[in-house]
Design a protein around this ligand. Structure first.
Ligand code: P6P
Length: 337
């Protein structure tokens, strides 16, 4: 007896979605397909990283002075080469490049702007901890034929789509284009991403889990310290922190809870990047019924001023993010405890 469930590949899903928009010309479908291809290529190398001499540092630092792993460099190149020649992209930006990335003159340019962290959590590569690729897609907003820095510096509320690829016990691609969140699991035996998590929603009530690096407790504000103390004492919350954003956000999407990267006295904007980490994840979480805030404002409302600017992050179950905002503003009855 054939299973009732049908095998839907990401290509089939994108074509079916495209049919809902008679004016669509297939550009978005092509763009997501190109990103899915890049994900397969990156995943192939990530999953065999322990077996070939691709481990270890690339012997160079990236724009942030971070020790660059070879896989970072590889993933960045794969994303670039998947998108540079298609005629769908106006320009790109990557965590691994200080400046925005124009489309070479020899290739046609398109309407989409793709911002990405090619391999987030790369410090975990040698530890076989799940890592990920994060992408954010905007439409070009300037009049010129080719994209500019201004096209990259758009607020998260203007994203056309966003998503991530999680290279974990399986390789998953999760994305939203504003009509829900959809998850696809790679079947390596056929090289296809199969729809495994249609219309993902953060469960309510959420699992009572908070996710933050508590080693930084003494660096936090008193309100932040009270928030975490409240969650684990009066709130009876458990703690889960992988230290790889895509993995921590994916767990929060599936189970609910509160993921935080708070501001610190020496790092008032925290560590995570707005354009290609916070904003794309915020779109996903909000589309799944959650909330994503800096602790004082909605992440998707921020008007970026720099490609690599950082923001504090509180995302996950709506009521938990709102509790965090109240306690950080000292307006919650729990703040006095
Ligand atoms: P910390 C990984 O290096 C990363 O960029 C994110 O994936 C992760 O959420 C964060 O940094 C972890 O930072 O300071 O807790 O090690």
């Amino acid at each position: 007896m054939l299973q009732e469930s049908h095998v839907v590949t990401i290509s089939r899903f994108l074509i079916d979605e495209e049919r809902k928009y008679p004016e669509a010309k297939g550009a978005f479908t092509g763009l997501l397909s190109d990103i899915a291809l890049a994900a397969k290529v990156i995943g192939r190398e990530v999953n065999k990283a322990g077996l070939v001499d691709i481990l270890g540092g690339a012997g160079q630092e990236n724009v942030h002075g971070e020790y660059q792993q070879k896989l970072d460099v590889f993933a960045d190149q794969v994303m670039y080469r998947a998108l540079d020649h298609t005629g769908l992209v106006a320009c790109m930006a990557s965590e691994e490049h200080e400046h925005f990335i124009p489309i070479p003159e020899k290739f046609p340019a398109g309407d989409y702007v793709v911002l990405f962290d090619p391999l987030d959590g790369s410090s975990n590569i040698d530890l076989n901890v799940s890592i990920g690729t994060i992408f954010s897609i905007h439409r070009k907003c300037t009049d010129g034929e080719r994209g500019t820095l201004e096209d990259c510096l758009q607020p998260g509320c203007r994203q056309v789509a966003s998503g991530y690829v999680l290279y974990g016990s399986s390789t998953m691609l999760v994305y939203t284009s504003g009509t829900g969140v959809h998850g696809f699991t790679l079947d390596p035996s056929i090289g296809e991403f199969i729809l495994s998590h249609p219309d993902m929603r953060i469960p309510n009530p959420p699992k009572k889990v908070y996710s933050v690096n508590e080693a930084y407790f003494t660096r936090w504000s008193e309100e932040q310290q009270k928030l975490v103390s409240h969650l684990k004492n009066e709130g009876g919350f458990g703690s889960r922190y992988i230290g790889s954003m895509v993995a921590d956000v994916h767990r929060t999407l599936l189970q609910g809870g509160l993921f935080m990267y708070p501001p610190e006295r020496s790092r008032p904007d925290g560590k995570l990047r707005l354009l290609y980490e916070a904003a794309p994840m915020a779109f996903i979480i909000e589309q799944a019924g959650g909330r994503a805030s800096t602790g004082t404002q909605n992440i998707r409302d921020i008007q970026p001023t720099e490609l690599h600017q950082r923001v504090p992050i509180y995302l996950g179950s709506r009521e938990l993010v709102e509790l965090a905002e109240e306690m950080l503003a000292n307006t919650s009855p729990m703040s006095s405890s």
